[in-house]
Write a protein that binds this ligand. Structure first.
Ligand SMILES: NC(=O)c1ccc[n+]([C@@H]2O[C@H](COP(=O)([O-])OP(=O)(O)OC[C@H]3O[C@@H](n4cnc5c(N)ncnc54)[C@H](O)[C@@H]3O)[C@@H](O)[C@H]2O)c1
Length: 262
């Protein structure tokens, strides 16, 4: 196999849709043996990769579960014998103000977006440390860096991901394992349309006029005056996953058309 991840074993969470799906496909095209982990849709993505001449397995995984994340790592070892890359990417929207968020909603967002990243890391780190190598990339968000109204639980969960990556990078660096975060700006996926549809209120749907207008206004806030594409986000995740970034750890890479700088 040739490619930037030739014969490396890559576990991707949230592989059933959006950024995770595109990453699973791209990593496979770069020679990786991919473990597609998601609550739903992982089978279809792994099937598409295999049909395309790549190698992938699917593992139904809830990243909030200790047993499921340990099962995900065990499935990777069963299928391919090692774990070189973890792309801890599964996430959900987290809409609400600090004063107005229901505590149960807060817990759900933190549990998927932050605890889910931690449990995924926790499940693969012993293998990576024993190998003396590995690269972990976690998906944070511009929302962790910029103050954005109306998404307090989401912002807190993603800022937590950045802190967790830094702390873990220091912990596992001596073992040859790297840990970095990406902080994407808005990249159209189901998660984004759902977030904007909810924020425009009145039961806004993904395909209604108000949602479309809100998305258009949002693009104008970007210095580059447009949203990103899945390929543009995945390109940075691939760089951090691969040996091309061999001296990069504890870093957060913004991939946001300049929004964080504005
Ligand atoms: N799209 C954007 O603009 C954007 C911007 C910044 C950060 N992000 C982050 O990127 C990541 C991917 O989001 P996306 O935009 O591709 O969204 P998406 O909704 O297309 O994909 C998210 C995937 O995560 C899976 N998932 C949700 N809860 C899970 C759980 N408990 N266990 C396992 N899998 C679970 C979903 O089933 C889904 O397949 C998320 O962490 C999101 O917060 C997205």
């Amino acid at each position: 196999m040739v490619g930037r991840l030739a014969d490396e074993v890559a576990v991707v969470t949230g592989a059933g849709s959006g950024i995770g799906r595109r990453a699973a496909e791209r990593f496979a095209a770069e020679g990786a043996l991919v473990v597609c982990a998601d609550l739903r849709g992982a089978d279809e993505v792994a099937g598409a990769i295999n049909a395309d001449g790549g190698r992938a397995v699917a593992v139904a995984t809830d990243v909030t579960s200790i047993a499921a994340t340990e099962g995900m790592a065990a499935a990777a070892l069963d299928a391919f014998g090692r774990i070189d890359v973890l792309f801890a990417n599964a996430g959900i929207p987290g809409i609400g103000s600090t004063a107005g968020t229901d505590p149960a909603d807060w817990d759900r967002v933190i549990s998927v977006n932050l605890t889910g990243v931690w449990l995924s890391m926790r499940a693969v780190i012993p293998t990576m440390v024993a190998q003396g190598s590995g690269s972990i990339v976690a998906t944070a968000s511009t929302a962790a860096i910029k103050g954005i109204r109306g998404i307090a639980p989401y912002a807190a969960s993603k800022a937590g991901v950045i802190g967790l990556c830094r702390a873990t990078a220091v912990e596992v660096g001596p073992s040859g394992v790297r840990v970095n975060a990406i902080a994407p700006g808005t990249t159209p996926t189901p998660l984004v349309t759902e977030t904007f549809a909810s924020m425009v209120g009145g039961g806004g749907r993904a395909d209604d006029e108000r949602t479309a207008r809100a998305l258009e206004r949002e693009q104008q806030r970007y210095p580059m005056r447009r949203f990103g594409s899945l390929d543009e986000v995945v390109a940075v995740a691939l760089f951090l996953a691969s040996d091309e970034s061999s001296w990069v750890t504890g870093a957060t890479y913004t991939v946001d058309g300049g929004l964080g700088a504005a």
